[in-house]
Write a protein that binds this ligand. Structure first.
Ligand code: ADP
Ligand code: ASP
Ligand code: MG
Length: 440
């Protein structure tokens, strides 16, 4: 069994979907797997657009033009691939009815957003399934809500591993045979009561990893728009290059600190099931990409620099810090907490207005200046080695006006820097990554 996931740009339009089909056919030819599960994202930009439409409809703002544009885009892709938009007709009708109902109710909540944003993946998979059928290629469409079971924490649901493993095995039992191709949606799932939930933005990678680990897949292939996991986001650092192999630990650290090439939770199920994850380029499938697995060479070396933007950082006395980290609304969103000299430095990512209000309430009476920062993570092997920590400190001191550095583990060192210094720091640190270590 192989699980192959294709992201938003990989399914963005008719020509991208033709390319996905050709990759799927070569996987079947080259690997002859006992079942291939193809997990698709929504077409690029669609999830954000659906969330926008739902919020606008529920807040009494105009939404129909944006919805029309989205519908037209999908109808056109379907027509280009299969000669008619019929394969999306039922979904389009129910999507329109849903938006109108939200407008009539005049309100939305996280459950509404989940149910409505699901149309993105439902549309892309319906189109791809029809295209494969029309091309005479094997294809079976399975609703991911019959496979992945979660709690009801909408927008960021927690997966029930046991129920999900049972559902995946039962629903996909008859598809673990040579030649079988199952198409399913990434990102979406269902709660125990059957409500649509989602796994967080970028969650299709996670869906693929969950399904792959439940089915003991040989490998999980993540097809995206770059040729693997790079030493830094190639959009930020032009000299960044793909890393041929990465450990699970390093990848988890990179994804947690902003390397959006993989959803941060992706690695956990793959680690548990010891299924290697292979990151590849949909549009250059012959390039070797990055293999993420349990063991990598043990040489002490920096491999990559990642950058997590939009981080609010503040420092509070230790007792207040403990209250915040223990708070169930704030605690899970703390991406870094550093304790030094009786104070906690706390970093929160993507602080919502509600979170901001709660923070104000919990820190009343204390002077808590908030800084807009980024966290830069340098990942590799043997990161606790004094020579590596010294070099990182030197570079950061030269590139940032103020910085706080913390060794997280043997695979990760993080630096909190002001937002305005972040890109400079990332580039400066990337210079260390590409440099061979000095001879001992
Ligand atoms: P998909 O839609 O396929 O899931 P994403 O946009 O979520 O793709 O992730 C791919 C993008 O991640 C790349 O286009 C790249 O800009 C960004 N990225 C950030 N950090 C890295 C990195 N270290 N290596 C590769 N890509 C990275
Ligand atoms: N479509 C979802 C998103 O845009 C999930 C994904 O693409 O991985 O967040
Ligand atoms: Mg992604």
């Amino acid at each position: 069994m192989i699980v192959a996931k294709f992201g938003g740009t990989s399914v963005a339009d008719a020509s991208a979907l033709r390319q996905v089909d050709s990759v799927v056919e070569s996987l079947l030819r080259e690997h002859n797997p006992e079942g291939l599960v193809v997990v698709l994202s929504a077409t690029s930009g669609t999830t954000s657009q659906l969330l926008d439409i739902a919020r606008n409809a529920g807040s009494g703002r105009p939404y129909r033009d944006e919805l029309d544009a989205l519908v037209t885009r999908h109808r056109n892709i379907a027509t280009e691939l299969v000669g008619s938009p019929d394969c999306v007709a039922a979904l389009v009708t129910s999507c329109r009815e849903f938006a109108d109902a939200v407008a009539v109710l005049g309100e939305w909540n996280d459950a509404t957003l989940d149910a409505f944003s699901a149309y993105g993946e439902l549309l892309s998979t319906a189109i791809f399934h029809s295209f494969r059928q029309a091309s005479g290629h094997a294809s079976m469409l399975v609703d991911a809500r019959a496979l992945i079971v979660t709690d009801d924490r909408h927008q960021q649901a927690n997966v029930d591993d046991v129920a999900t493993a049972a559902a995946c095995r039962t629903v996909l039992a008859s598809h673990t045979k040579v030649g079988s191709v199952v198409i399913t949606q990434g990102f979406i799932a269902a709660s125990h009561s059957g409500a649509t939930t989602t796994l967080g933005r970028g969650g299709s990678d996670y869906s693929a990893a969950i399904i792959g680990s439940c089915l003991d897949a040989q490998q999980i292939l993540i097809y995206t728009d770059v040729s693997g996991v790079y030493s830094c986001d190639p959009r930020l650092v032009a000299e960044a290059s793909p890393l041929p192999v990465l450990s699970f630990d390093e990848m988890r650290d990179m994804a947690s600190y902003g390397a959006k090439v993989l959803h941060p939770a992706t690695i956990a199920p793959a680690v548990r099931a010891r299924v290697p994850v292979h990151v590849l380029n949909t549009f250059r499938p012959a390039e070797s990409g990055t293999i993420i697995n349990a063991s990598v060479p043990a040489e002490s070396r920096m491999h990559a620099v990642s950058i997590l933007r939009n981080v609010r950082t503040f420092s509070v006395p230790r007792d207040v810090g403990s209250l915040l980290t223990g708070n169930e609304s704030i605690g899970p969103d703390i991406v870094l907490a550093i304790t030094a000299a009786n104070r906690h430095t706390i970093c929160l990512h993507n602080v919502s207005p509600q979170m901001s209000a709660l923070l104000d309430a919990m820190t009343t009476g204390h002077d808590v200046p908030m800084r807009q920062t980024c966290i830069i993570a340098v990942t590799g092997q043997g990161m606790t080695c004094p020579d590596i920590t010294r070099r990182i400190a030197e570079r950061i001191d030269a590139a940032a006006r103020s910085a706080q550095t913390a060794v997280i583990s043997d695979t990760c060192i993080v630096c909190v820097v002001d937002e305005t210094d972040a890109e400079n720091c990332a580039r400066a640190l990337h210079g260390l990554v590409t440099r061979r270590p000095d001879p001992a």
